[in-house]
Design a protein around this ligand. Structure first.
Ligand code: NAP
Length: 336
């Protein structure tokens, strides 16, 4: 286990802002995770887990606690007939896992190409894109409870998956150490979502998982900023799910808007549509912070921005949305 003292969180998060963390413990094994938990308990400090730092807003103030930097490596594959069981260390880059799996011709993970972050972070918000969600390929996760020090296996039911949601968001003491997925050798393409259906119509090759992943990456590259070049955490807010009543009120007021059926008779609407077409906020900027021109759901910052700037900007956007639509939007990005 490696311990860094007073380490800048701006170097560990893709927003590239944040103060110093009192301790950062780099964990490359379950034993390291256990030691990091002990380290926090010994120093009577809070513990927080960080993977790729791509969905986190670190505050400007120093963090008087222990950051467990998840870096457990390793991918193992087990083929049984057409089913492939893949067990992955929580510190593996999600995108690296996707690249390996699609190259091997395994189906199920291809629509989730191009998502930043680590494998351990994927169940936390049940990552999803283009009609695929982690939960549909999830088998189990090895989880250490930082409060009890116990290791347990969580199946899909125990994870309580929802739309960009899971038990891991509600109980921050749960540290995911490895994830097991179930992929398939049988072709199961999901090409119904607009952007992918459009590619199919234009004749793009979409016959293998590798082709689909490549095309998903191309679509994403046009919409989302490059994390290596911009300070950003991707989509900052969740797409809201609203009631039928509110949806009819909004369409009466603002005209037709895209909508998709959601759980519990709700209606999911792309927040980007509201930000762009209802509020005219595409590219909207306040000092160092702005909404990305190609996808206004994404908040981007210039060098020099602080977490306070981002927080204030996001609150102002949420207020504008609420004032115009009565929708209380939720953040996808978590504050550390
Ligand atoms: P998009 O494709 O423009 O879609 C915007 C919203 O409309 C999303 O809520 C999406 O639902 C919904 N939607 C679009 N087509 C749909 C269909 N045929 N059936 C049901 N719902 C539909 O979104 P985007 O911002 O460019 O992002 C592309 C994809 O990446 C989306 O699927 C988005 O959710 C996903 N994404 C995921 C994360 C994450 O997991 N943290 C972050 C950024 C983007 P869904 O959200 O259910 O797909």
């Amino acid at each position: 286990m490696t311990v860094w003292e007073n380490h800048s969180l701006s170097q560990l998060t893709t927003f590239k802002v944040g103060g110093l963390a009192r301790y950062v413990v780099v964990c490359e094994s379950k034993e390291d995770v256990s030691e990091a938990i002990t380290h926090a308990a010994t120093h009577a400090l809070p513990l927080t887990v960080l993977g790729g730092g791509s969905n986190v807003l670190a505050r400007d103030d120093n963090y008087e606690g222990v950051v467990l930097l998840m870096r457990i490596p390793g991918i193992t594959y087990k083929e049984e007939g057409e089913v492939v069981t893949v067990t992955v260390g929580a510190g593996v880059e999600w995108e690296m896992l996707v690249t390996e799996c699609v190259k091997k011709g395994y189906w199920g993970i291809e629509n989730l190409a191009g998502i930043p972050g680590t494998v351990g972070a994927a169940p936390v918000q049940n990552i999803g894109a283009y009609g695929a969600e982690l939960q549909s390929i999830f088998h189990s996760a090895e989880v250490m409870n930082a409060q009890t020090g116990e290791m347990a296996t969580y199946d899909a039911a125990a994870c309580e998956f929802g739309y960009r949601d899971s038990v891991f968001k509600r109980n921050r003491a749960l540290v995911i150490c490895s994830v097991t997925l179930r992929l398939s050798k049988i072709a199961t393409p999901r090409l119904g979502y607009g952007d992918l259906a459009e590619l199919v119509r234009s004749g793009a090759a979409m016959d293998t998982p590798e082709h689909i992943a490549t095309n998903v990456r191309l679509v994403r590259a046009k919409k989302f900023p490059d994390l290596a070049l911009h300070g950003t955490a991707g989509s900052f807010f969740k797409n809201p799910i609203i009631t039928q009543e509110l949806f009819s009120t909004l369409t009466q007021k603002y005209g037709a808007m895209p909508s998709f059926p959601a759980a519990n008779n709700g209606i999911k609407i792309p927040l980007a549509f509201i930000l762009d077409k209802v509020l005219g906020l595409r590219g909207y900027r306040d000092a160092y912070v702005y909404l990305f021109g190609n996808q206004p759901l994404v908040l981007v910052v210039d060098e020099g921005a602080t977490a306070r700037d981002i927080d204030a900007f996001a609150n102002a956007i949420a207020k504008k949305v609420f004032d115009a639509t009565s929708i209380s939007i939720e953040r996808e990005v978590q504050t550390l």
